[in-house]
Design a protein around this ligand. Structure first.
Ligand SMILES: Nc1ncnc2c1ncn2[C@@H]1O[C@H](COP(=O)(O)OP(=O)(O)OP(=O)(O)O)[C@@H](O)[C@H]1O
Ligand SMILES: [Mg+2]
Length: 272
């Protein structure tokens, strides 16, 4: 079996809220293999974003351990941390908040290449152009400010920036949730295509089960700070055991592949 890329064990993190303590992470364990997509679903407030922030070290856990690429991730510091950080990238729901709004599309990507010394200075513009093309953006957007492009375009820039540094793992927290259905479908296709090319692993977080189902090899279901169910995507959805997942399945009218939606003329009447 391949070495797991990421192994988290018994992660704990609470927050004080209105005089009481909320256990946002109440003993969460998970593993992601290279080239694998682990989908993470669960209702609002169950701890998904806290888990993303703890894994990326934006928030410190109060307990538990994380091994990333074989290192004790929580113990890494200095240059080794900087080098390893390159390999764990994150894409948020609202990329505007994650960018300097005055930066240009090309500038954002060139900056990522510079910070992680990916290509020599002379090659940066060409590599940025290649990435802009790879995520399906027109080259004419290169000089445009991040503020002046659409949400779907901005999400593609966020993905281009994340993959620019050739990470091993990308954590996507509601990364396509704000996008309309057709843009979302194209971005999911892009993510799957990039995974096939590069073997990147994804932690794909969403409250939308249909979207998670379309891209995930395995699915973990979270409720109240714990993973309550986990397994191969098709199996988990075919035989849900937790109330949360049963509710999430009930909320999706028809669970079909979003990556390759069937053409309307192929559809059987009884599919509805
Ligand atoms: N910085 C914080 N300070 C106080 N409480 C917090 C903080 N971050 C998260 N929480 C609380 O921790 C719990 C989990 O929040 P989290 O944002 O991880 O949930 P989520 O699953 O991402 O929800 P959503 O689907 O709405 O994004 C919630 O009760 C939330 O209010
Ligand atoms: Mg969240």
């Amino acid at each position: 079996m391949t070495e797991p890329l990421l192994v988290a064990r018994d992660l704990r993190r609470g927050f004080a809220s209105g005089g009481r303590r909320v256990a946002a992470l109440d003993g969460v364990s998970l593993a992601i293999a290279p080239g694998e997509t682990l989908g993470l679903v669960g209702g609002s407030g169950c701890g998904k974003s806290t888990l993303a922030r703890v894994l990326t070290r934006l928030v410190a856990p109060e307990g538990g351990s994380i091994a990333f690429m074989g290192d004790d991730w929580l113990a890494l510091g200095g240059g080794r941390l900087r080098a390893a950080r390159r390999h764990m990238q994150m894409v948020f729901q609202d990329p505007l908040a994650a960018f300097n709004p005055r930066a240009t599309v090309g500038g954002v990507i060139a900056d990522a290449l510079r910070i992680h010394a990916m290509v020599p200075k002379a090659g940066r513009a060409a590599e940025a152009a290649r990435l802009i093309d790879r995520v399906g953006l027109p080259s004419g957007l290169t000089g445009r400010s991040i503020r002046d492009i659409s949400g779907g375009q901005r999400q593609r820039v966020a993905i281009a920036r994340a993959i620019a540094v050739r990470p091993r793992l990308v954590i996507l927290d509601e990364a396509v949730s704000a996008l309309d259905v057709s843009v979302r479908g194209r971005i999911l296709e892009l993510l799957v295509g990039l995974q096939r090319e590069t073997g990147v692993g994804y932690l794909f977080i969403s409250h939308d089960l249909a979207v998670v189902r379309a891209v995930s090899h395995r699915i973990a279901v979270m409720a109240a700070g714990r993973i309550v169910e986990e397994g191969p995507a098709a199996g988990v959805i075919a035989a849900p055991s937790s109330d949360v997942l049963i509710d999430l399945i009930g909320a999706v009218p028809r669970l079909t592949g979003i990556i390759r939606p069937e053409r309307s003329e192929d559809r059987q009447d009884d599919a509805y």
